[in-house]
Ligand binder design. Structure first.
Ligand code: NAD
Length: 372
């Protein structure tokens, strides 16, 4: 476990803790630099308002890193991340690097970061803003009060188990393997998150069919002994896919393994109305984390000022909460975004068809104005 690098000191006059922290900035490709610019402007405002110092260390990742160094996550970027308190990443990829037969691809950079830093817990909040309910494919009354936090196991399970494709291509297998410690550590993350929210945890598995999922359920039940204030529900993954659409507001924290969490969180992402709204955090066993929007590099709208910066700004808010332990500041940013939406500002992806919309920069500036 690595110790945090940030320094905290107490301002007696203002009765407030001030922090000096270093953040690795990986803007990547497509709309990445556009949305990152807004997130950094918001962080600058937070720093000025609360008396913190955030030092940004820029580094290469993804397609631009391949172009400049031949490597999607070069050693210099790894060094910058290692010397930071957290990583803010925007998006990687694009048509220029999307040849499926290429041996070097932008997304390899993302997998390498997760593995290198042991980021085993992926947190994805999905919240429906009332004014955006009409953008989602469900009836607005079903979306009332939807506020779910997905906790997905990120470095184990079937994506990392032993696999083989036989020589003639006629047979192939992947192995879903989980160990008790792997399940325990991510379950603790999920239970602790539930304690700070509405105190309900849904653990998703396929315990009726898969041995690895019976171990998952047994382990979650054992970890539950430490969290008697949380209500625990077990759901089979097939039932969960239905309940997410029929009763989405009944979920608080949803804990799932790597593959089921991947699929369920993508299913639930439509509840928010646009991919441009969804942030994420990937955490390990200490305060270090990687924070990135759920969306990709959106090459179809890159360079047009149409990108929604909310996912990136809310990813920065998650960084304030989980890596820098600045809960008040994180809430202030989240509330500023809500207020801008309440005022009616919409980027192109969430504006009703034919209506005027604001640019990426204008939305960012509106969030900053709410933080004054
Ligand atoms: P995408 O998320 O980039 O875009 C899907 C659709 O959502 C597009 O129509 C896009 O315009 C829209 N969109 C996405 N983010 C938006 C935002 N912030 N504001 C407004 N609209 C937004 O997914 P894709 O088109 O499948 O992939 C494009 C590239 O991104 C590919 O190269 C893919 O490999 C890569 N990708 C990267 C990541 C990542 O960096 N984590 C994730 C997914 C895809």
């Amino acid at each position: 476990m690595r110790a945090p690098l940030f320094v905290v000191f107490f301002d007696i006059e203002r009765k407030h803790f001030h922090m000096k922290a270093t953040i690795a900035i990986l803007s990547g490709d497509g709309i990445g630099p556009e949305v990152m610019k807004q997130a950094l402007a918001v962080l600058d405002k937070v720093a000025a308002r609360y008396g913190h110092e955030f030092a940004y260390q820029e580094a290469l990742i993804g397609g631009i890193a391949i172009d400049k160094t031949g490597d999607p996550f070069p050693a210099e970027s790894e060094r910058v991340c290692e010397q930071s308190d957290a990583i803010l990443l925007a998006a990687v990829g694009g048509p220029k690097w999307s040849d499926p037969t290429a041996s070097v691809r932008p997304e390899q950079g993302l997998l390498r970061i997760r593995q290198h830093f042991g980021l085993f817990a992926n947190l994805r909040p999905v919240k429906t803003h009332p004014a955006l309910a009409s953008h989602a494919p469900l009836r607005p009354e079903l979306l009332e009060g939807v506020d779910i936090l997905f906790v997905r196991e990120l470095t184990g399970g079937v994506y990392f188990g032993q696999r083989q494709e036989q020589g003639d291509g006629g047979e192939a297998y992947d192995t879903m393997l989980y160990t008790t410690p792997e399940v325990e550590r991510v379950a603790h993350v999920a239970f602790r998150a539930a304690q700070g929210r509405r105190k309900k945890l849904t653990s998703v598995d396929k315990a009726n069919v898969l041995s690895s999922m019976r171990l998952w359920r047994r382990t979650v039940m054992k970890v539950y002994e430490d969290y008697s204030d949380v209500e625990l529900e077990h759901l089979l993954v097939d039932a969960c896919t239905m309940h997410l659409l029929t009763r989405p507001s009944s979920f608080d924290v949803v804990l799932a393994g790597n593959m089921f969490g991947d699929i369920l969180s993508d299913e639930a992402s439509v509840l928010a109305g646009s991919l441009g709204m969804l942030p994420s955090a990937s955490l390990g066993s200490d305060t270090f984390g990687l924070y990135e929007p759920v969306h990709g590099s959106a090459p179809d709208i890159a360079g047009q000022g149409k990108a929604n910066p909310i996912a990136m700004i809310l990813s920065a808010a998650m960084m304030l909460r989980y890596s820098l332990r600045l809960e008040e500041e994180a809430c202030a940013v989240e509330s500023a975004v809500e207020q801008v939406l309440d005022d009616g500002a919409r980027t192109a992806d969430i504006a009703p068809r034919g209506d005027a919309y604001v640019s990426t920069e204008e939305f960012g500036q509106a969030v900053i104005a709410k933080l004054s």
